[in-house]
Design a protein around this ligand. Structure first.
Ligand code: SAH
Length: 233
């Protein structure tokens, strides 16, 4: 059984042509991108590294990491976003960047232990079995590598902000983008990370201020948050 929800892929495929439009449904990803990029780069130093971006979509983070000097492979299970990512890389003339339609689990079977950095951002809340994705990311990392995750916490506040606020009131995201039951508490993700043999190195909160319409990094992990993990080695 593959760890894929066809409805999820269909949602992202239907919107794929707007992926690089900063005023589209993907605006939140564009807004958080410089923040997460700097956080990753500060910890793991992207230049010259071999990076895998799991669930890369239209390539907002993958391409930015390649611009910082990493050699990046982006993988996703939806072909339309991947096509958009490829086209955008071509247009912007970014090299050291390639895209493949393959699952993390399948790639783990052929390329275990080959990446210096694995990023898996805003994906876990869209897959049926997040623990399996975390395990695959851990397998793909070489000993000593960094593995980054980001997802959405599960509590009344995240329901209010990430679903009611973002999808219904502010309409930052289309209705139905996120399913509350798939959100992951940091304690749950920490367990998946540990079970996969990774060590949790740092946690970072990402919060949205509806008044200034800005995201910022901080200690508040109640809605959006990121994990930086390392594979022992
Ligand atoms: N990681 C990117 C995109 C996040 S949107 C970013 O943060 O900028 C979520 C992406 O996950 C979409 O591109 C969707 O097609 C992809 N996705 C959903 N289920 C997947 C799965 N099982 N395997 C790989 N990618 C998946």
């Amino acid at each position: 059984m593959s760890n894929v929800d066809a409805q999820e892929l269909a949602k992202f495929s239907a919107l794929a042509h707007r992926w690089w439009d900063k005023d589209s449904e993907f605006r939140p990803l564009h807004e958080i991108n410089p923040l997460r990029l700097d956080w990753i780069d500060d910890l793991a130093s992207l230049r010259g590294k071999r990076v895998l971006d799991v669930g890369c979509g239209g390539g907002i983070l993958a391409e930015a990491m390649a611009v910082r000097g990493a050699t990046v492979t982006g993988i996703d299970m939806a072909s339309k976003p991947l096509g958009v990512a490829q086209l955008h890389a071509l247009e912007s003339g970014v090299e050291n960047l390639d895209y493949r339609e393959i699952s993390a689990e399948a790639l783990a079977a052929e390329a275990a232990g080959t990446f210096d950095i694995v990023t898996c951002m805003e994906l876990l809340e869209h897959v049926p079995d997040p623990a399996s994705t975390v395990r695959a990311c851990a397998t793909l990392a070489r000993p000593g590598a960094w593995v980054f995750f980001s997802t959405i916490n599960r509590n009344p506040k995240s329901f209010l902000f990430a679903i009611v606020g973002a999808e219904y009131l502010l309409k930052l995201l289309p209705q139905g983008t996120h399913e509350y039951a798939r959100f992951l508490r940091p304690s749950e993700l920490a367990r998946h990370v540990r079970d996969a043999g990774l060590a949790l190195n740092a946690t970072q909160g990402m919060s949205y201020n509806p008044l200034t319409q800005r995201y910022r990094l901080g200690s508040d992990t109640s809605v959006n948050y990121m994990f930086a993990c390392r594979k022992p080695g």
